[in-house]
Design a protein around this ligand. Structure first.
Ligand code: IPM
Ligand code: MG
Length: 387
């Protein structure tokens, strides 16, 4: 089959990791008989340099015509002095809002191969309750097109001045992201934890009103609530307790960075931003690594391409319903890690001699090679027996 993918490499390490992700997609296509047609689009800092706008209207228009958007990262010190509405990040926020991708799925699991890169002590992990295994496996569902990121903001020019940003959520905005959380949890461990600041914020209390209603539709899923400060602590004390966390835009931004550090590196975590419940045939989603543009390491061939490659796997799964292909790509990443290949960010601290440090390109090439080997599942492979 043919699939159209809008590709926005963006800034910093974006282009080098996205190149690895499209190579991986092409390899998947070769094996399974699909063709991915890429439409490269401009947004972020590069778009500012070339067009004067962080999100040229043609980019949004073209992205809407594609089946999915694969995005690298946006931003960098070069554009830091620009006024807020002209910053590269506005390209990202505008794209999210323009495509209506209100639910941002950020899975964070500890892969056994990366145990040495996780900062938590053995006792902490051992106390985790994921089927008795010393591990954690959570999905953060972050609201992505509302709240303080999009609320009224401004400056007040009186005296020395003042400034404000506003957290505002409508019932519908909360309900739809909660439903994505519950639907995701149904296929997992059936626990939804809603993270808020309901002891202080009215908008958080409103989230709980909505959750009280919505949760009735999911009687077999356990609902719990945590204040965000406590949640930040629980993530470090006992990360295994979490299955699905549903939270607001800003709390999700913060907690997902924290969770990523537990997995060993932010360079490992993919994300999917969806405009509806996965598989519902909704408008194109945005698939991107959560690490951002990392300008300090851009162009040095040291960035970890795995988050981008794993984002491509999420795209296969959610945008194109290619579950077997997605799983094959994820399995290839796993095999590469099994063999001890590590980009610098995920190298263990214990001097494990079985590890070998690889650059961005070498890591990407290793994933391609692992993909081409027998994946264990040959269901839909070209030339393989159809299951
Ligand atoms: C993220 C990033 C963005 C966000 C920035 C770059 C605007 O931190 O995707 O987590 O805050 O949403
Ligand atoms: Mg962030």
């Amino acid at each position: 089959m043919n699939f159209s993918v809008a590709v926005i490499p963006g800034d910093g390490v974006g282009p080098e990791v996205i190149a690895r992700a499209t190579e991986a997609l092409d390899a998947v296509g070769d094996i399974y008989g699909h063709v991915f047609n890429y439409v490269e689009l401009l947004a972020g800092g590069r778009a500012i340099d070339e067009t004067g706008s962080p999100l040229p209207p043609e980019t949004l228009e073209a992205a809407r015509q594609c089946g999915a958007v694969l995005l690298g990262a946006m931003g960098g010190p070069k554009w830091d002095a620009l006024p807020g509405r002209l910053r590269p990040e506005q390209g990202l926020l505008g794209l999210r809002a323009g495509l209506g991708v209100f639910a941002n799925l950020r899975p964070a699991a500890l892969l056994p191969q990366l145990r040495a890169a996780c900062p938590l002590k053995d006792e902490v992990l051992a106390a985790s309750n994921v089927e008795g295994k010393p591990a954690f496996d959570m999905l953060i569902v972050r609201e992505l097109t509302g709240g303080i990121y999009f609320g009224e903001r401004g400056r007040i020019e009186s005296g020395r001045g003042a400034a404000f940003d506003t957290e505002k959520y409508s019932w519908e905005e909360i309900e739809r992201v909660l439903r994505v959380g519950y639907a995701s949890s149904a296929a997992r461990r059936k626990k939804v934890c809603i993270v808020d600041k309901a002891n202080v914020m009215e908008s958080s209390r409103f989230w709980r009103d909505v959750a009280a209603e919505v949760s009735k539709d999911y009687p077999d899923i356990e609902t719990s609530y945590l204040y965000v400060d406590n949640a930040a602590m629980q993530l470090i004390r006992a990360p295994g307790q979490f299955d699905v966390i549903v939270t607001s835009n800003m709390f999700g931004d913060i907690l997902s960075d924290e969770a990523s550090a537990l997995t060993g590196s932010i360079g490992m975590l993919p994300s999917a931003s969806l405009a509806g419940i996965p598989g519902a045939g909704s408008p194109p989603g945005v698939y991107e690594p959560i690490h951002g543009s990392a300008p300090d390491i851009a162009g040095k061939d040291i960035a970890n391409p795995l988050a981008a490659i794993l984002s491509a796997a999420l795209m296969l799964r959610y945008a194109f319903s290619l579950e077997e292909e997605a799983a094959a790509l994820e399995a290839a990443v796993n095999r590469v890690l099994d063999r001890g290949l590590r980009t610098k960010d995920i190298a263990g601290l214990g001097g494990n001699s079985a590890e070998k440090i690889a650059g961005t390109q070498e890591m990407g090439a290793a994933v391609l090679k692992a993909l081409e080997e027998n994946p264990g599942s040959i269901g839909k492979r070209k030339g393989g027996e159809s299951l």
